[in-house]
Design a protein around this ligand. Structure first.
Ligand code: ATP
Ligand code: MG
Length: 568
């Protein structure tokens, strides 16, 4: 490619709403242009990178034995009604009607579509196992699209779905996909971690995420400092804390006229935050024991509620829904901010750490007052206990070895064992060897292809711009010519080098735009080309080219042979 003919659309200024490096750099280099919130056009430079990521994903999926299909992104609503997700999925699911007033959705994920395909086509155990994948546009009407393609509304996903006769075979394919994903991200050249994950809206039994470690990541991960335990904070477990100390203090009511949070109360009373207790009141699961409408979740003042864990508790409604102020007034006779377990008129579930407190401070269930010296078993009934909180830095690592560290990550992929969730809902059956009808078990596996491009930039950039890993750079090599107009030998040498590198199958771009060296080098650094070769009058006289890797700080003089050796 000659840069003079290429639509390179770099920008000097980027919009202020581009908060993170990858978003800014993708706009500045002209990889993408915004069309609407969370919706982007990929320009030639960006598309070169995206296609390379796609190619790696496709090659590795094929190598793993999966077969490519391409489904429509427009999906009949009936399929989503059949699986029960049409109503469950919420406003992220874009619903639309055709001219006959038939309901459709834009697919945010394709379990239903592929399970339906299998329902129609697969009849016998001989046709299983089967793993079908596609690289296809998804739409999720995200409430807060941001960070460019990282959290778009429209994005490219590689999604695959595997079907099996039994769980052992599903586990084998899950491990096959786990290894395939590892190879994909290794080949792309990005530093990642596999972490335990929640199954979220996809559902199922077991799941892991592939996370690119980056400060700007939206996900928090808990990583053990001395074992291989790593989990998304959504599911990172805490261990029950030791036994509770005996009650020492008497229960007293203290005035806290305006102090509603544990922080404010602790500051007023000059006590440590970890001796306070908060009661978070949420909706109870329908049909929960005692059929009460609300349930109180007790946490230590310095801890935060983990919504994913809480919503899995049998007493708690899923998704987690905080009680409204009205509901709280009706049951507690007071306002939020002064609630506590002593005399509470709701069932209470306490996090392990909250249950281990003695002589704690909590709301008095009376506006303007808190209690000090409160104790479980004496002032409030001994609570049911559960793991309800987010882990914090330094918590003991599950598994018993070491402590947890918190780091940030960008989720670029996730693998799930769904089990018979969708095959059952859609009534898929096949005949087994004995001629009996069985329901196949299934897995699903996703990679955010467009998000991966952004995630790589988050990890690979400096002040001058992007530093592409070789495997997905728009071009591996750039040839820059200095003052080609002054000296015909410069353009002749550059042209010949360009032709010969190209003939060797090396992905090379020739910067023949005739820019001043400074401006030309700045562009090549900005767009992150891994190898730069400068052809100048002076170099030619000495019989060399000036070479510099994007990661290097110094240039080197190389002969033509050395250039080929280095890049070949
Ligand atoms: P998130 O938690 O980030 O919203 P998710 O867990 O809902 O993502 P999955 O259903 O697991 O996403 O989708 C598979 C992959 O698709 C994700 O691992 C991610 O890389 C990508 N992805 C999901 N949502 C988006 C989005 N809004 N924009 C870009 N990529 C996305
Ligand atoms: Mg996910």
């Amino acid at each position: 490619m000659r840069l003079s003919r290429f639509h390179l659309a770099t920008l000097k200024e980027v919009p202020a709403d581009a908060e993170i490096a990858s978003h800014r750099l993708m706009l500045r280099t002209g990889m993408i242009r915004k069309l609407a919130a969370g919706i982007y056009t990929w320009l030639p430079l960006g598309l070169r990178v995206l296609r390379k990521v796609e190619a790696i994903v496709r090659e590795e999926m094929n190598r793993a034995g999966a077969q490519e299909v391409l489904a429509s992104m427009v999906v009949p609503a009936e399929l989503w009604q059949e699986s029960g997700r049409y109503n469950k999925y919420g406003p992220e699911l874009l619903r639309l009607k055709d001219r006959h007033q038939r309901d459709f959705v834009l697919g945010p994920t394709h379990e239903e579509v592929v399970t339906d395909l299998v329902r129609r086509d697969i009849k016998s155990y001989r046709q299983l196992p089967l793993n079908l994948y596609q690289i296809q546009t998804k739409f999720r009407d995200e409430i807060r699209p941001r960070f460019g393609v990282m959290r778009g509304r429209e994005f490219l996903m590689k999604d695959s779905y595997s079907f099996h006769l039994d769980d052992a075979d599903l586990e084998r394919e899950y491990q096959n996909m786990r290894a395939t994903y590892s190879r994909i991200f290794q080949r792309i050249g990005v530093d990642f971690r596999i972490v335990r994950a929640d199954t979220g809206a996809i559902g199922g039994d077991r799941s892991e995420e592939f996370q690119v470690l980056a400060q700007s990541g939206e996900d928090q991960l808990a990583v053990s400092d001395s074992s291989d335990y790593a989990a998304n904070i959504e599911v990172a477990e805490t261990r029950p804390t030791g036994t509770r100390a005996a009650a020492n203090s008497t229960l007293e009511k203290v005035a806290t006229p305006t102090q509603k949070t544990c922080e404010e109360v602790a500051a007023l009373l000059e006590i440590p935050l970890d001796t306070t207790l908060k009661l978070i009141v949420v909706r109870a699961r329908e049909g929960a024991p005692g059929d009460r409408k609300l349930v109180g979740l007790a946490l230590r003042g310095d801890h935060t509620l983990n919504a994913v864990k809480a919503a899995k508790h049998p007493r708690v409604a899923a998704p987690l829904t905080l009680a409204t102020e009205e509901e709280i007034r009706a049951v507690f006779g007071t306002e939020p901010g002064f609630l506590g377990p002593v005399g509470a008129n709701v069932p209470v579930v306490a996090d392990h750490a909250a249950a281990a407190l003695a002589d704690f401070v909590c709301g008095a269930n009376e506006a303007g007052f808190h209690l000090t010296g409160a104790n479980w078993g004496r002032d409030a009934a001994d609570p049911e206990t559960a793991d309800l909180r987010n882990v914090v830095e330094g918590d003991p690592s599950p598994g018993g070895k070491g402590k947890l560290r918190l780091v940030r990550g960008i989720e670029v992929g996730q693998i799930f064992q769904n089990g018979p969730l969708y095959t059952k809902a859609l009534g898929v059956t096949v005949l087994d060897e004995g001629g009996r009808e069985i329901t196949p078990t299934a897995g699903c596996y996703g990679i955010g292809v467009t998000r991966t491009v952004g995630a790589v930039i988050e990890q690979c950039h400096d002040d001058a711009g992007i530093i592409w890993p070789e495997a997905i750079a728009p071009w591996r090599v750039a040839i820059c010519m200095i003052n080609p107009k002054n000296d015909a030998t410069v353009s002749a040498a550059a042209e010949s080098l360009y032709a010969d590198l190209g003939a060797k199958g090396i992905d090379v771009v020739l910067d023949d735009r005739g820019l001043r060296p400074g401006a030309m080098f700045a562009d090549i650094e900005l767009i992150g080309i891994p190898h730069r070769i400068v052809v100048s009058e002076r170099g030619l006289k000495a019989g060399t080219f000036e070479y510099r890797a994007r990661r290097d700080t110094e240039s080197r003089q190389l002969s033509r042979e050395e250039v080929f050796e280095l890049l070949g």
